[in-house]
Design a protein around this ligand. Sequence first.
Ligand SMILES: Cc1cc2nc3c(=O)[nH]c(=O)nc-3n(C[C@H](O)[C@H](O)[C@H](O)COP(=O)(O)OP(=O)(O)OC[C@H]3O[C@@H](n4cnc5c(N)ncnc54)[C@H](O)[C@@H]3O)c2cc1C
Ligand code: SF4
Length: 420
Amino acid sequence: MSGQVLSSLHDIVSAEHPTYISGGTDIMPLLKNEVRDDKDFAFLKKIPELHVLEEKDGELIIGAAMTLTELAESALLNSRYAAIAQASSLTASPQIRNIATVGGNIMQDRRCIYFNQPHLWRSGLACCFKTGGSICHQIPNSPVCRAIYYSDVATALIAYEAEVEYIEDGETHRTDLKSLIERHSVANGLACQKLVCDLVSTRLPKAYGFDPVRDIQVLCPTKVGPTGSVELNRRLQEILNPPAKGKAQLGTAESAKILRLGDKVMQIKNDYDITFERQGAEAGVGAYNGDMGVITGVDVDARSVTVQMDDRKYTYTADQLNELEPAYAVTVHKSQGSEFPAVVLPAADVPARLCYRNLLYTGVTRARRLCVLTGTARTEQAMVQNVRQNMRFSGLRYLLKEAAAPADNGNTNLAMENDP
Ligand SMILES: Cc1cc2nc3c(=O)[nH]c(=O)nc-3n(C[C@H](O)[C@H](O)[C@H](O)COP(=O)(O)OP(=O)(O)OC[C@H]3O[C@@H](n4cnc5c(N)ncnc54)[C@H](O)[C@@H]3O)c2cc1C
Ligand code: SF4
């Protein structure tokens, strides 16, 4: 019932992804302090179908618009689900509990002293993970955002193994609350990273028969952060080609990279001198930026690796190893000109400067049979909508005009706007 109501709400709200407000105790201060600048809103609290607390067919049903005071005072909860009533009664202050809803409590934003500040204050600092950058000010070496999720009510609900029914992109879904919260915190990329690893190692091979190493390519908009190519390579290498006795490798967990027997790798710069052998054909020279292969031999003493790239076999000596990187995940930029049977593209935590349509287009069009976009609808939409990168204001026309002989000036027909 509530699903239908929310679906109709989607239809009448002009924006495709409005910001929902229930009690407003979490979101309003963020808007007031210009921490967020959302423009389109849908107010949910007055929807009667969301205001329900009952037991039905052995299930306890709590509507998202129930206030924390109502939960705290509920006879049903106090007698049968006391932890939920208690957690609600201890949350914030009576004034807040009277307005705040359980839906808002679960979906409240994570907090951090560096993030929950007015825009002007934050403008003095570099962007952190949460604002599209690639660092964390709280824990400078952290590869992820460490902002804390505060919901007390969610903790109690999880203890009762609560499930959540929610609408996404017009469709009703049901999932356990813990997974929803993990997805909700996808903005820090960790949940997205987990999903990408799951898709590559288990789900896509099982559903479509793809080989996780040969057929599936993870393409990242960025190198940094939990969904960047560096971190995803580390995770996928652990899952798809874990260390084993007798499996040689160069580098350790502390090194910037590990090159292990069986790893999928990529040549990351043009090398016109490196030689290769070919079975039954002439040897040759050259490996080029973006070439991919598999490590077929590791000589730990000589610190060299052998890599098979199609029919070419290369031996990388110690001083050539900086030309190779694990390639379970590569940047969209590096994938230009290549195609893969299946692509997984994480669109979470994409720095603002990389949030543009061309990059998404390049990533998606690398897929021959299947492309899976993961991350947040908000990031995907931001990428789709940003076409600024297509416009180039080069000033080339003025330079050419200046350089042209005065006699040619009248006849020169030079393109002016958006010089490609
Ligand atoms: C001073 C103070 C102290 C606090 N102390 C605690 C504490 O001790 N423990 C604790 O757990 N919390 C604490 N909080 C957080 C407080 O509980 C939340 O602000 C409140 O629960 C949010 O509920 P709301 O209905 O006002 O949400 P809103 O502010 O309306 O929304 C919060 C977020 O959830 C989203 N949202 C709201 N409703 C829905 C819905 N139905 N479906 C999908 N998304 C939705 C909104 O878009 C927004 O992003 C404190 C807050 C303050 C201001
Ligand atoms: S990335 Fe670090 S500084 Fe930024 S919000 Fe998260 S915890 Fe705070």
